[in-house]
Ligand binder design. Structure first.
Ligand code: ADP
Length: 763
């Protein structure tokens, strides 16, 4: 224990030293700024270049001064001291915590420029397309001031536009596009087809969302092949099953299974002997389970919406439609079937990568967010990253009230409506954070019935986001929203032009209401952070009921007695401590799930590194030809007349085809193993050990199998002036590929609405 304490003390001291040092450098830079501001643009740019020595910024004060002058001249923004401190911490590779509205975009761009001046290529990782495009254009004049180039990569761009963009010094791109390009570049058979150029640094915006909340979301590259979907008959039979009679769901709504009775009923109605027979277990039973999962656990308007005849998933952590997300094939199809929609074509997964794996490919990662401190453990454990807290430019003037706790959800909801009406009466703008689409709509409806007009911002209308956010700070405005995380636009008091700012300040600024605690206090703070930006006044308060998920799940089994008043409100320190305790428990559970899942992923991540190396070697050298020539000398002789370059590229294509196929097979197999592994746990094997054992064994064979198959193909496939004719051999690569994000946890919503019954939440 003594050692432990010593460690933390030392860490604390170091953090303080770092921050003292940065402050001293920023102070020095002020004098340098005064001097540099007398000089011409070209001279300022030159001064910045001179501050760099041996790939490092040697004279940091000079560097900051040059950037300040450039920012003021080109963007009209003189960086605040705290922003300059943030820049220094990013350059050291930290995740910095800066509150909403403190100007993180400029900080990120200044740090990116710093890295670029030292010859490094930088990816500035954004959470969406819109922000990538906006920030790159906004910051372009600053970057170009120093003779550096900047570009953005967005979803709509074709490969030649991307290729060009990636050659810039600084590239703004959403995290999923970066990942998809990695996956696509891992399918090429000619180096010239690659779009991404190597990057040295990733600066991650909303770092906790990307690096922690979504870290385990896999990005998937799939190739065309019809998928397996439940047939209409199975969907029909399952749709008639009754809860608690034919199937039962576990209390936290994450799993569902047939009862004995239900299984007999399905067998009878499908006219089969046993769902669990050898012949049915891998086919019919799988489909029945998918259909049941779709029916019982996935709820319209909470987990997905149906729009224009298509299923659209709701990204729970961002509260918006996730354009590129789908569930694993069978499940997606099952939900489509349940909603009577056209079942979309499935495909074969060619490759996948999680965001965590993607980010760990960068030699240096740093980032910024409003809520880093609460993610300190995860950032250290999974990325070895340190958190630096940057002071606010202006003091925080937001009042964070303690939670208002009620015994039941009904009482809580009534109190929420009363509080909104009360605040609204004075004209103070109110932002309400709800957990899902259904809850936001139910609340909006009740408010409208009381004659309060509301703007609703959720996955169904996020196209109107810019307008709604612009209006959210106006006098008398009530905005009901789902998750505000990752919505990178801040709410200005008195409207987008701040015309009525003084009036709204007099009213107390923006009031933020949370309708329940999130599963982590970090998410609570993301919501709170919408109020009180840059020294504005503001208010935040959360409503909690003892029936909320966080309380019942985190409190698992523990009960607490309390004396509510006639409105159901409980005012007791003991109870509020209990709520905080429950939230800490759910935070711990999330961390544990993350750590467990990471263990499963890590092995595949390591194996991918080996496959990537092999792939690069085959792609960039004549290795494929050398190996095949050695293994099949006779065939090599037959090709003697062909030019070297043709022989080499034909060999390369053959080898890569089989390597990629073997890898895709491996991923598919390991996916199945993971699905079935909990069954083995029953047989007293430790799941993770068993998983590792299989993964290692299979991987050993993978390389050999890929080469053996390549030799076989090489000996039989036609090879001429046009290369290897793999298609005629039935070995063509998929003609179409597409990409998507798998919503790792389709049940990530709060679940409160499901329990309370949708629609009459607030009555
Ligand atoms: P964040 O991402 O931290 O919430 P933004 O980067 O969107 O904040 O910036 C918020 C607002 O602050 C923007 O309108 C921006 O123009 C303004 N801003 C940033 N830095 C400065 C500065 N040094 N001086 C004046 N305004 C600034």
């Amino acid at each position: 224990m003594a050692g432990f304490n010593w460690f933390w003390k030392a860490m604390g001291a170091q953090t303080e030293r770092n921050s003292k040092k940065s402050k001293a450098i920023v102070t020095d830079s002020l004098k340098a700024t005064a001097a540099l501001s007398q000089l011409s643009d070209a001279e300022v740019a030159k001064a910045a270049r001179k501050s760099v020595k041996d790939g490092d910024i040697a004279d940091k004060a000079q560097f900051l001064a040059a950037l300040s002058v450039a920012s003021e001249r080109r963007l009209g923004l003189a960086p605040f001291h705290v922003q300059s401190q943030g820049v220094l911490r990013l350059l050291e590779g930290d995740v910095i915590q800066m509150a909403t509205g403190e100007g993180k975009t400029l900080v990120g761009a200044m740090a990116a420029t710093g890295f670029a001046l030292t010859g490094k290529r930088v990816h500035v990782v954004t959470v969406n397309d819109y922000l990538a495009g906006r920030d790159a254009e906004w910051m372009r004049p600053l970057v170009e001031f120093f003779g550096l180039s900047v570009a953005s990569v967005t979803e709509k761009m074709d490969s030649s536009a991307r290729r060009e963009a990636y050659l810039s010094n600084i590239i703004y791109a959403p995290v999923n596009e970066l990942g998809f390009d990695v996956l696509r570049d891992n399918q090429i058979t000619d180096r010239r087809e690659a779009v991404q150029a190597r990057a040295d640094v990733a600066i991650v915006d909303e770092a906790d969302s990307v690096l922690v909340d979504e870290a385990l979301v896999p990005l998937v590259l799939a190739g065309n092949r019809p998928g397996e979907a439940p047939t209409g008959q199975i969907t029909n039979v399952v749709s008639r099953l009754r809860e608690d009679v034919d199937y039962s769901t576990d209390p936290d709504g994450r799993a569902v299974s047939l009862t004995e009775h239900g299984a007999r009923r399905v067998e009878r109605e499908l006219g089969i002997d046993s769902l669990y027979s050898e012949g049915n277990i891998g086919t019919v039973l799988v489909k029945v389970n998918l259909a049941l999962h779709a029916k019982a656990l996935l709820i319209r308007d909470i987990h997905y919406i149906v729009s224009e005849g298509k299923l659209q998933l709701i990204d729970a952590s961002r509260g918006r439609v996730a354009d590129l997300q789908r569930w694993p094939d069978g499940l997606q199809a099952a939900v489509e079937a349940k909603e009577g929609l056209e079942v979309s074509e499935g495909g074969r997964i060619l490759d996948t990568i999680t965001l965590q794996e993607l980010m760990r490919r960068y030699p240096l990662v740093c980032g910024m967010t409003g809520t880093a401190v609460e993610a300190t453990d995860q950032l250290r454990q999974f990325y070895d990253l340190h958190v630096s807290v940057i002071d606010r430019n202006d003091e925080l003037r937001r009042l964070d009230e303690s939670d208002r706790i009620y015994a039941t959800v009904d009482e809580k909801n009534r109190a929420i409506v009363e509080e909104i009406a009360h605040l609204h009466e004075s004209g103070q703008p109110v932002l309400v954070g709800t957990h899902d689409v259904a809850e936001s709509e139910a609340l909006a409806e009740v408010l409208r019935e009381r004659g309060i007009s509301v703007n609703v911002l959720n996955a169904k209308n996020d196209a109107e986001e810019a307008r709604i956010v612009a209006e959210a700070g106006e006098v008398g405005q009530v905005t009901v929203s789902t998750q505000m995380a990752g919505r990178g636009t801040d709410i200005k008091l008195g409207g987008a032009d701040e015309a009525d700012k003084a009036a709204v300040v007099d009213l107390g600024g923006l009031a933020v209401i949370g309708t329940s605690r999130h599963r982590s206090s970090r998410l609570d703070n993301q919501l709170r952070g919408r109020a009180g930006r840059q020294g504005d006044p503001g208010l935040s308060v959360f409503f909690v009921s003892l029936e909320d998920d966080v309380v019942s799940q985190g409190g698992a089994g523990e009960t607490i007695s309390a004396q509510p008043d006639e409105t159901g409100r409980i005012e007791s320190k003991r109870v509020s401590d209990f709520v905080a305790h429950c939230q800490r428990v759910t935070e711990g559970q999330l961390l544990e799930i993350h750590a467990q899942t990471w263990k499963y992923n890590q092995l595949l991540a390591d194996q991918r590194v080996i496959v990537d190396e092999r792939r690069a070697k085959l792609l960039d050298t004549d290795q494929a030809w050398l190996e095949l020539m050695q293994r099949a000398p006779q065939r090599a002789d037959e090709l003697d007349a062909l030019p070297e370059s043709i022989k080499e590229s034909a060999a390369r294509e053959v080898m890569l085809y089989h390597l990629d196929l073997a890898w895709a097979d491996h991923l598919e197999l390991m996916d199945d193993v993971r699905e079935s592994i909990h069954l083995r746990a029953i047989a007293r094997e430790t799941p993770i050990d068993e998983y590792h054992r299989i993964a290692v064994r299979e991987f050993k064979e993978l390389a050999q199998r890929a080469v053996d198959s390549a030799v076989e193909t090489f000996e039989t496939v036609e090879i001429d002036q046009d290369g290897a004719h793999l298609e005629d051999h039935g070995l063509s690569r998929p003609s179409a590929t597409w990409t998507y994000m798998v919503s790792d946890n389709p049940l990530a919503g709060s679940g409160n609405s499901a329990i309370a019954g949708i629609g009459n939440l607030f009555r």
